[in-house]
Design a protein around this ligand. Structure first.
Ligand SMILES: [Zn+2]
Length: 200
């Protein structure tokens, strides 16, 4: 059921996994933290290692608030533009800085076999089944909300961004989406430190 790439985490409970990529950011992370506290949501932050290294207090704040800090690579490397060696080194450096088994490749890009090779080292690749589009300048916040409402189901992994450009959309969409889903009995969870299913 679970190959090396995780797109969704189906289970018996109505659980939804919000994720925020590319942080931590001195501009947005604390705003997102407040938003998540107000809306009673636990989430997963796929942090860039270089940002985690630059802003350790923000990483501490995320953890202290009960969110999961996960690995988005040290730099925002495109797997299609570098060789395996450079890509792998970047993932490992990101893992050292985030301490997480969860890895999300920048741009969602990998070559076939990469996720299986990472899995051999205990690294689990997490994609998503709902791409909010919060970073797209050509899509309105209403469209982002509509798309998320339509696509999110039990076990969904939803992508947002912890970055300046997405903040106005995130600030508007997240509380509305949370209210909509909560009325249907959904809970909002962070990825656990260990996978809630057999790893191999
Ligand atoms: Zn990213």
């Amino acid at each position: 059921m679970y190959g090396p790439v995780i797109w969704r985490i189906p289970g018996e409970r109505r659980e939804v996994y919000f994720t925020f990529d590319d942080g931590p950011s001195p501009v947005t992370t604390e705003r997102i933290l407040k938003l998540l506290e107000k809306t009673d949501i636990k989430a997963t932050f796929f942090c860039l290692g270089e940002n985690a290294q630059a802003y350790p207090p923000l990483v501490s704040l995320l953890k202290a608030a009960g969110h999961t800090v996960a690995n988005h690579g040290f730099r925002h490397l495109n797997a299609w533009s570098v060789d395996w060696h450079a890509f792998h080194k970047n993932v490992i450096k990101g893992r050292e800085l985030t301490g997480s088994i969860w890895f999300r490749p920048p741009y969602g890009r990998l070559w076939p076999g990469y996720a299986a090779r990472l899995q051999e080292e205990g690294i689990r690749t997490v994609m998503w089944d709902v791409l909010s589009g919060d970073y797209r300048l050509d899509v309105s916040r209403h469209e982002v909300l509509g798309r998320c409402m339509k696509l999110t189901r039990a076990g969904s992994i939803v992508v947002f961004h912890d970055q300046h450009r997405s903040w106005p959309v995130v600030e508007w969409v997240v509380p509305r989406l949370a209210e909509f889903l909560r009325k249907q009995g959904f809970n909002f969870s962070a990825l656990p430190p260990e996978p809630p299913f057999p790893v191999r």
